[in-house]
Ligand binder design. Structure first.
Ligand code: TYD
Ligand code: MG
Length: 461
């Protein structure tokens, strides 16, 4: 081995560094993700330092915020996830599975900003200029302030940026960029980190906003975007089912705004279009009068989203009953089924159970517990929950239904969409004043919740 070079092993999934090869990564518990990389000792330097920053310490009062004005992308769903628009000089990572629509979204951002006259440089390491042109033709009109560059060599890219000084740079994708001094292949952890470091310097040093695309990789030798999450200001992930047309953009980290906000898009012939009322959209395929289906409400950041939870409980012919949870946490579903078994005496241990959040969206908020519970009860007892009913609430281990935050927004969203009955935690009901047009049914535990869905039959209404 040449002097000054060391061999290290990196987990391509989370970036864990190790001196020796390991089968399982201690960081993220993935198997077979370690890949050998050569590190040149000279090239390893702490990236992300502001070269042009003054080394003199400054008092807070001397720091001027006038430059921190946000630039709107004219895509409301994206602006919301970004916390109100693009902050100058920020480094934004857009991650997601290949083919989900990252390049399309960023090209649409380029279209809107170029029409406003912003100087933009779109660097593509994946597609040729002709391919980008084909895509752009589907998306709309572009002004000439958008410049395209097909290049993967970082030194060349740095030189172009230095010369042209654009306001916005889009890098598609970070896994194709490479620096010559680093021995390992493009897409390896050291290349990806080093490239991000270069773009971080460009962003902070020159005040250029940089969008970086990162593919999520299930396996293989390409480092995933998780290895650079800590270096960037904002991390957005594109989620969605390949078979569904809509896509969810989720803010995972944001130094300039709240996280957990989501933006909802639909992939169409002419690119991504915004979905202004996601609840309506999510509920569009809900079957009427079917057991095992209920509408629940989850808060995504500041926005309530109504979604359909489906459960199918049937007799199991296996020793270990099958359980699946699609779109929500598997362990949570098992726990809730154990609560039902113990607190309601419902025989579930010999049943297969499949729980699904319809539409391929992922929701992990505890407030959907009550929805999961009611969907399971409904399927098990074949009791149909009325279509005009919605529920939310967290379920505890003793079967109690606990209060959740922002109950008023949830009820209002349900009322807006025409729901007439809302099953909610008793504490939330007490805190809410009377609302016209929707009946609030407060429940203290899962038993009362069960009563609430049985009521239409027992009361004969
Ligand atoms: P793309 O943005 O290339 O994905 P990524 O950059 O995340 O890999 O999206 C590709 C998919 O989007 C592809 O399957 C085609 C589809 N698409 C449309 O349906 N309509 C469009 O207008 C465009 C541009 C793409
Ligand atoms: Mg792409």
């Amino acid at each position: 081995m040449a002097k000054g070079k060391t061999t290290v092993y990196f987990c391509q999934s989370c970036g864990y560094e190790s001196a020796k090869w390991m089968g399982q990564c201690p960081g993220c518990r993935e198997w077979n993700t370690f890949v050998e990389e050569q590190m040149d000792k000279k090239s390893v330097r702490p990236s992300g330092k502001r070269r042009e920053a003054p080394s003199e310490p400054q008092p807070l009062s001397a720091i001027c915020l006038s430059d921190e004005k946000r630039l709107s992308t004219d895509i409301k769903e994206l602006d919301r996830v970004l916390g109100g628009g693009i902050v100058k000089g920020s480094l934004i990572l857009v991650g997601g599975d290949p083919g989900i629509g990252k390049s399309t979204l960023l090209l649409q951002v380029c279209r809107n900003l170029s029409q406003k006259g912003c100087a933009i440089l779109y660097i593509s390491g994946e597609e040729s200029l002709q391919q980008i042109k084909l895509r752009a033709d589907r998306i709309g009109e572009f002004s000439d302030s958008l410049k395209l560059l097909c290049e993967t060599n970082l030194d060349e890219i740095k030189e172009v940026i230095d010369r042209r000084r654009p306001q916005i740079v889009v890098v598609d994708s970070i896994q194709t960029m490479y620096q010559e001094e680093i021995a390992s292949a493009p897409g390896s952890v050291s290349q990806v980190r080093e490239s991000t470091g270069v773009f971080l310097q460009i962003a902070k040093g020159m005040g250029i906003t940089v969008f970086v695309v990162g593919h999520v990789t299930k396996e293989g030798v390409v480092a995933g975007p998780r290895v650079l999450e800590h270096m960037v200001d904002t991390v957005l992930y594109f989620e969605g089912d390949r078979h569904e047309s809509y896509r969810i953009l989720r803010g995972v980290k944001n130094r300039f705004g709240s996280t957990n906000e989501i933006g909802v898009f639909e992939m169409q012939e002419t690119g991504l279009s915004e979905v202004e009322n996601p609840s309506e959209y999510m509920l569009s395929g809900k079957p009427a009068g079917a057991s095992g289906s209920v509408v629940a409400c989850s808060m995504e950041g500041t926005r309530p989203i109504l979604l359909e939870i489906q459960a199918l409980v049937c007799h199991s012919y296996f020793n270990n009953p099958r359980r699946t949870a699609t779109g929500t946490d598997y362990n949570r579903v098992s726990l809730l089924m154990a609560v039902l078994e113990k607190r309601l005496g419902m025989q579930l241990s010999d049943c297969d159970a499949y729980v699904n959040i319809a539409g391929g969206i992922r929701m992990n908020e505890p407030a959907i517990d009550l929805g999961i519970v009611l969907a399971i009860i409904s399927s098990k007892t074949d009791c149909i929950i009325e279509d005009n009913t919605i529920c939310f609430g967290e379920v505890g281990l003793s079967g109690e239904v606990r209060g959740v935050s922002m109950a008023e927004q949830r009820v209002q969203e349900a009322r807006k969409l025409g729901f007439q009955k809302c099953i909610l935690p008793q504490v939330c009901k007490e805190a809410l004043s009377h609302m016209d047009g929707i009946r609030l049914i407060g429940v203290r535990n899962v038993k009362e919740a069960w009563e609430a869905i049985r009521q239409p039959f027992s009361a004969g209404t």
